[in-house]
Ligand binder design. Sequence first.
Ligand code: C5P
Length: 305
Amino acid sequence: MHRVLVSAPAKVNLALRVGGPRPDGFHPLDTVFEALDVFDDVEVTAADELTVDITSPGDAVAIADLPLDGSNLAMRAATALLDRRGLTGPGAPGARISITKRIPVAGGMAGGSADAAGALVALNKLWDLGFGADELKRIAADLGSDVPFALKGSVAHGQGRGELLEAVQVASVHAWVFLTRSDGLSTPAVFREFDRLNPQAGDPAPTTDLRAALESGSIDDIGAAMVNDLEEPAASLNPELGQMLGQLRADGLHAILSGSGPTIAVLTDPDSLHAIAQQLAARYPHTTVLAACGPAAGAHVREAE
Ligand code: C5P
C-alpha cells in the first residue's frame, strides 16, 4: 500500500448539555452529534519522514494559522499509532499527510478532530498496523473529545466528555445552513466562561426530548428541542453571537450555536435550504455561509492503492 485517501466529516451538536467540571478539568456532557456532508480529505502517501501539509480548495477555509508541526492533530494521531506499536526512533515508518480542508477552522464543527480521525483510518491502512475499530476508538478518545465521533459518524448520543457514544436512529434527512466567521472562539475559553457563569453546575441535563424528536418528530419538533449550554458563555465572550441568535429565532428559524462556536447552525427542511442560505448570506455579509446535510458517514476510505 503506498497511498490511502480518507474523507472525514464535520459535526454539529443538536443538543449540548454541560455539567460542572470533573477533577480532570473536563466537563461532563450529554450531547447529540450529527455528522455532516462537509468533509476534510486526508491523503497519506508512504515517505521517509512524517510531514503534514494543508490546502483549502478555492481558499474556502482560512488555514494560515493551522500548525504544521507535531502539535497538528493529524500528526499527533500518526505519532499515537506508532507509539502503540512501539515503532519509534530510526527506522519508524513515515508518511506525507496531505489535508484538503473544507471544514471551517476553530468554528465548533470539529475540523481538527475530523483530520485526526481521517489520519487514524488512513495510516492504520497505509502502515498495515492492524488496529481494530475498538482500539482506534480508544486512541481517538486520547486525542480529543470529538475524535471518536468523527470516526463513527451518523447521529450519536455522547456522554462522558463526549467520547462515550451510542447510535441514535433518525427519521429524516436534515438540512443545515452554517454561518461561519473568521474570528474563532477558543473552546477552553468558552468552557472557562461557562464555569464562571455557572459556579454551581452539577450533572448535565439529559437530551431525552431531542432524541425522541429525532426518532419520530418533524423538523420543527427537532428544532424546538435543540439546546446548547455553551451558547450563553460564547455570547458573553462575543455579544454579537447572542444578537444574531436572537434575530434568527425571532424570524422563526431553528438557530443554535454549533459546539463551542462561533459558528451558528440553522436547521431547515431540504426544500428550503437554498432559499434560506441565500437569505442569510445577504443578511450577514461578514459571515461565510455553508449549506450542508446530515447525517453523513464517519471517517471512511475512498481510495487505496
Ligand atoms: O478534548 P479536546 O482536546 O477537544 O478539548 C479541548 C478543550 O476543551 C479541553 O482542554 C477543555 O478545556 C475543554 N473541554 C472540556 N470538557 C469537554 C470537552 C472539552 O472542558 N467535555
